[in-house]
Design a protein around this ligand. Sequence first.
Ligand code: ZN
Length: 413
Amino acid sequence: MTIDAKRLRHDLETLASFGADGDGGVSRPSFSIADGEARAWLRARCDEAGLSYHEDVAGNIFMRLDGTDPDAAAVWTGSHLDSVPNGGRLDGALGVIAGLEVVRSLAERGGSLTRPVEAVSFADEEGGYLGFLGSKAVAPGLSFDDIRGAVGRDGRRLISVMTEAGFAPERIHEAQIAPASVHAFVEMHIEQGVVLEDAGVDVGVVSSIVGVGRCAIEFKGRPDHAGTTPMHLRRDAMRGAAALLTQVGDLPGRVGAPNAVITCGRLDLHPDAYNIVPGRVWLGFDIRDQDRSAIEAIEAALIDLAQDAARPHDLEVMHHHESLTDPTPLDERIAKITREAADEVGASWRDMPSGAGHDAQVVAPVLPTGMVFVPSVDGRSHSPLEHTAWEDLATGTSVLYGVVEHLATTGLP
Ligand SMILES: [Zn+2]
């Protein structure tokens, strides 16, 4: 094996101790004390391995092995150190530690890489303060104004926490890279779904990251006394909402996009009391697919369905479109190199989209970008139950090694 599987496991276990919750979960938001401890530990690991360690003004980390050509563009591999509250040990952490393991193994192998290789950790991917902060800062588009207004889950301002952690939000523009300075970026991540596990496949070669549509449906009826209003005279907004929700599961199939997913994850009910017939219900929907037009078709069908559900209860329906993030295709050349690297180490692979968002989608418009997935046991993620077999982690990291080595020597065609 090209990588050291024991060291990989040791480092993943050590990293999981920073911000450990005691139930197997991890709470390690960016710029927290636990995040600072993890950074100090990574710096020491780089010293031991003879890699240079650098942090930019946004709090991104770069762990670097120089190449023979000092002017060559770097190959990046990495993910994010931060976790959601009481999240798992692997989401993000795996990509950072696997990246470190690959760079360290390349350094030990000796020989000559043309291009420098850097294991990267992007700050605040999970949005404790501002989702994808680090990757947005390196790609063009993030300004100090965006940071100025950001307030975290903890109620604190991003500016304050970044400054206290030793970073420089007012100079965020300095984190932006010249796209020509990076040859390619490869992110390894747990799948966070059951596709690989169900198929018994070792690695996923990610073809694209799904688009996300957000919208709300509001039913308006009439609040009335719950004791004195006969059933046939009610305009109960909750009954319209309930009728709609029983049918949304059919929408992807109905518009011919069976792999699309739709979730009603938010509900706001008024007046929200035992003794009042609900006068207003607001439902928030998240719709995802690889194809933008499928997301739009599902949103349109959702409105029709809501109108049908409202009619028997004499309700008004309002639709609020909130946002639509385009699906992001990843670089097919990197996908091909990944399939070959998997074949090389005898790992089985399949092409697949990512249903979750990743730093890769933020940098993909400016850098050739690829992603490698490893299986998630039971598809569990953002939970202390997040788990991947150690053997699968080692196999995935070996594949990543092959991809990064290829990119650092032969490079993209
Ligand atoms: Zn992640």
